[in-house]
Design a protein around this ligand. Structure first.
Ligand SMILES: Cc1cc2nc3c(=O)[nH]c(=O)nc-3n(C[C@H](O)[C@H](O)[C@H](O)COP(=O)(O)O)c2cc1C
Length: 215
C-alpha cells in the first residue's frame, strides 16, 4: 500500500517523533471507494489486542463497522451531524467499549480501575498501526451513545466509548467545502510547560522544553 503525503504537514514539535507517530493526524476526507481486505482489518485489531493493560485485564471491546453491513448502518443512524459529513466515507469504523463493571447493577464493583485508560491505549495502538499501513485514522465521540449501545446490545457491564474511522485519503473535490476545509485546520498543542512537571504539580513546570528547543 502506498503512503501518500498527509494533507496536514507534521507540526514542528512533532519532527523528533518516530513514525508512525510523526505523521499521524485526524484526517476527515476519505476515499469512499476504498475497502480494506479482511486481513487488513484483522491486523488493525491485532494492534489493539497487543496493547498493554493493567494486570493484562484487556478490558476492551471493538465493534467492526464495514460499509454495507448492519453495524455500519447502526452507526450511521446515530452519528452527530458534524460527524455525518465524513465518517460514512471511511473504509471501516471501529467502535470501542470498555468493560467497566463486573455486574449489571450501577454500583457493581469495577472490572478494573484502569479500564478507560487501557481502552484508550488499545485505540491508540490501532490508530498508529493504521498509519503504519499508509492509512489515516480519526477517532471520534460525536454519536448518540445510549441509542447506539442499545442497538449493539452492549451489556450494562460495558460502556460504549468512541469511534475510530480508518481509510485512505480521498479527493477533497468529492466532499463538501466544509468537510474539505477540516483537513486544513491548524493542529495546535499546549506547550510542555503547561503539563509536564519535573517536580511537584505546584512547583515550576519544565520551561519551554526540556532541551530548550521549543514547546
Ligand atoms: C476521544 C476523542 C473524541 C473525539 N471526537 C471527535 C468528534 O466527535 N469529531 C471529530 O471530528 N473529531 C473528534 N476527535 C478528534 C480530535 O478533535 C483530534 O484528535 C484533535 O483535534 C487533535 O488533532 P489530531 O488528531 O489531528 O492531532 C476526537 C478525538 C478523541 C481522542
Amino acid at each position: 500500500m502506498t503512503d501518500p503525503a498527509p494533507a496536514q504537514a507534521p507540526q514542528p514539535t512533532a519532527a523528533a517523533l518516530a513514525e508512525p507517530m510523526r505523521s499521524r493526524w485526524s484526517a476527515s476526507v476519505y476515499d469512499d471507494r476504498h475497502r480494506l481486505a479482511p486481513a487488513e482489518i484483522e491486523t488493525l485489531l491485532r494492534a489493539a489486542q497487543w496493547a498493554p493493560s493493567a494486570g493484562n485485564s484487556q478490558p476492551w471491546v471493538f465493534f467492526v463497522c464495514v460499509p454495507g453491513t448492519p453495524n455500519h448502518d447502526r452507526l450511521l443512524a446515530h452519528l452527530s451531524r458534524g460527524n455525518s459529513s465524513w465518517v460514512p466515507r471511511a473504509s471501516v469504523v471501529f467502535l470501542t467499549a470498555a468493560h467497566v463493571r463486573t455486574g449489571d447493577e450501577p454500583d457493581a464493583p469495577v472490572y478494573s480501575d484502569y479500564a478507560l485508560h487501557d481502552v484508550g491505549q488499545a485505540a491508540a495502538h490501532l490508530t498508529l498501526q493504521a498509519r503504519a499501513m499508509g492509512l489515516d485514522a480519526h477517532q471520534f465521540a460525536g454519536f448518540d451513545h445510549d441509542a447506539l449501545a442499545a442497538e449493539l446490545a452492549v451489556p450494562a457491564t460495558h460502556q460504549l466509548l468512541t469511534g475510530i474511522a480508518v481509510g485512505r485519503p480521498g479527493d477533497p473535490a468529492d466532499v463538501d467545502e466544509r468537510t474539505a476545509a477540516r483537513d486544513h485546520r491548524d493542529r495546535v498543542r499546549k506547550p510542555l510547560a503547561e503539563w509536564a512537571f519535573v517536580g511537584r504539580f505546584d512547583e515550576d513546570p519544565v520551561g519551554d522544553g526540556l532541551a530548550d528547543s521549543g514547546s
